[in-house]
Design a protein around this ligand. Sequence first.
Ligand SMILES: Nc1ncnc2c1ncn2[C@@H]1O[C@H](COP(=O)(O)OP(=O)(O)OP(=O)(O)O)[C@@H](O)[C@H]1O
Ligand SMILES: [Mg+2]
Length: 493
Amino acid sequence: MQKSFLDIFNTILSTVREPLVVLDANLKVVDANPSFYKTFCVNPEETEGTLIYDLGNGQWNIPRLRELLEQALPETSVYNDFEVEHDFETIGPKIMHLNARKIYRESNHTQLILLAIEDVTESEYYKRNLEKIVETRTAELVLARQEAEKGKQTAETSLSEIKMLKEQLEAERAYLKEEIKLEHNHENIIGNSDALKYVLYKVEQIAQTNTTVLVLGETGTGKELVARAIHSFSKRKNKALVKVNCAVLPSNLIESELFGHEKGAFTGSSSKRLGRFEVADGATLFLDEIGELPLELQSKLLRVIQDGEFERLGSSNTIKVDARIIAATNRNLEEEVRQGRFRDDLWYRLNVFPITMPPLRDRIEDIPLLVEYYIKKIAKRMGKGTGIISSRVMNTIQNYHWPGNVRELENVLERAVINSSGPKLHLVDDLNKPFAYLRKNLKTLEAVERDYIVRMLDQTHWKVSGQNSAAQILGLNRSTLRARMRKLDIRKP
Ligand SMILES: Nc1ncnc2c1ncn2[C@@H]1O[C@H](COP(=O)(O)OP(=O)(O)OP(=O)(O)O)[C@@H](O)[C@H]1O
Ligand SMILES: [Mg+2]
């Protein structure tokens, strides 16, 4: 009975290409199709009636197959795609998908199990290989991306550092190129008077520190000379002394001059520019004519002095610098504070270590030394002999009150050397005739300055710049002279 059923079944099975095997309820092989025998290298004689696990010398005793037949299948009648991987002694490693189906035969209540075996070894190996390749490549890619990211970051940091250094160097170079054009007296500060010795003592005392210094004194007394001396005795001497003249520029330009600006910060700012504070990082910043600094900039300056912090115009990025400040003025800052023209908090900050340059008239014992020094220097420059200075001339020079101080002395001597053809030095300027203000009440420093500038302008027929101009005689930059004229309201009559 069972045989005739299997006969029909067999004819169907033999046409199916996939290996098929039929088991009875005790898991003994009832039948299998030709594909099964062929694929698994077993013959019908040793197969039929054998417990599946004993097949081919126990090669089919596979734990995963037991799992399907003994655990999964009793719970259900159909089980598809049950994956079994096994290394067969005869045919080597195989990956199979098993599709099991229970068949009930109602006539004698027997149950058969049809096991269809799909050999997926090759495709599975292929897939696994691909997966492995994808996995390795992904790991390589992640690593490469991380490395690239790291490299990019390092490159970006170095690039921005290089860019910053380049900018600072360029700004410093541009600044120094301007400075080279100006003539500085890099030699000694001439003088032997107690007043000057005291100044030099104070210079020595403070030079090595980072303390802010305020240099006070009349025009031409050597304030800039002292600022340069402090810098050249300091630890920062190998870097530039960066100077800003607060009297020369209009307030909107001073701001960008001091703090720099970003590209497009204001009309005409076509490129980014570093301010003097940035250029002076690690060096000394000389704020000349600090008394002329507009009030609105005084608070910004206070912040840099207090915290070393500022922002470039058109930027919200805070920049930190370490610049030693030396400020100078010929104004009476205390009076400026009283008049509300100078912030008192800035004044306190600047006035930590004041050095006052004595006027030349208060140290006439220095005059012979200065005369000798300047005559030699000027004569050498002009290719002339030094000549003799009579005691009468020296007396005249020492009795004069020198409102323009050493600068005026230098100019008087220069004119004298130009005009002296013989061995004796002849003064061109009439130093005996005192200025009108001497006879009257004492005047403010500003009035003295005004008178002196007017006198020089008169003498040069109001030639402000160029050869033999008032600016040249006064030893001033022409823009400085113009700024002073504006400030003191000096106009050509
Ligand atoms: N003691 C000195 N020895 C030699 N030269 C001096 C001395 N004092 C000043 N000078 C010279 O006098 C000129 C004016 O000096 P400086 O520019 O330092 O004066 P200042 O006080 O800054 O004047 P101003 O207030 O007008 O800016 C310079 O040429 C400087 O070299
Ligand atoms: Mg000066």
